[in-house]
Structures are given as C-alpha cells and as structure tokens.
Write a protein of this length. Sequence first.
Length: 128
Amino acid sequence: MNKTIYSGTIWEKQVAYSRARRVGNIVAVAGTTAVDHDGEIVAPGDIGAQAEFIFKKIERALRECDASLKDVVRTRMFVTSIENFDAIARAHRNAFEGIDPVASCIQISGLVDPRLLIEIEVDAIVAS
C-alpha cells in the first residue's frame, strides 16, 4: 500500500511536502505543529497543551494511513525550550504509555512562528 496524506497547510505547497506518507508497511508523519484547520496556533505559551494537540493530529494522520499510535516506533520532538520537559514528557506518556517508542527531544532555536513551542514527527511500522 502506498498513500500520501495532505492537511492543506500553506507550508505543504511552499515546501513541497506531505503530512504523512505510507509506503508498504512504513508510515512517516512530517514535523507537526499546533496549528488547527483554520491556520490558528493552538495554546500559545503552553507547550504541554501544544504537544497534546499535536499527538491527536498525528493520530488522525496515522489513521488516514491505516495505522495507529500503537504502530509508532520512533518520535522526534523539537522544542524551543527544554525548561518545560515535564509537560512534554507527560504528553508523550499519555500518547504512548505501553507502546514506548524510541524517542528524542531536541532543543532548537525556533520554529516557523514564535508562538509554536514544539514540533513532533513520528515513524511507524504497521505489522503485516
């Protein structure tokens, strides 16, 4: 199965990328931020709430690729400040407890909008 999912953000056309892509049993979900369907930033200033929103957005993209959070084997979290690691960890645990994918949390200097505090990408492998 090959499938490409687009979310309709302005950046997809500008950069030439997709929200998620499934090739065979591998699914990759692009860096995902807390931007809703209307292009509005969700929970400015609250990295935990942004992370929770992002994991739900990632879960929807996975479902569109006939996968789920249970199939996730790697997460990468890019954060503008590691100071709130507890909130980030709590959101990750809420999404993946019992699944326990390998994970990275990397502090970066900034994202495309200063109100965005975290960007998350995942890789999944769907059992055949």
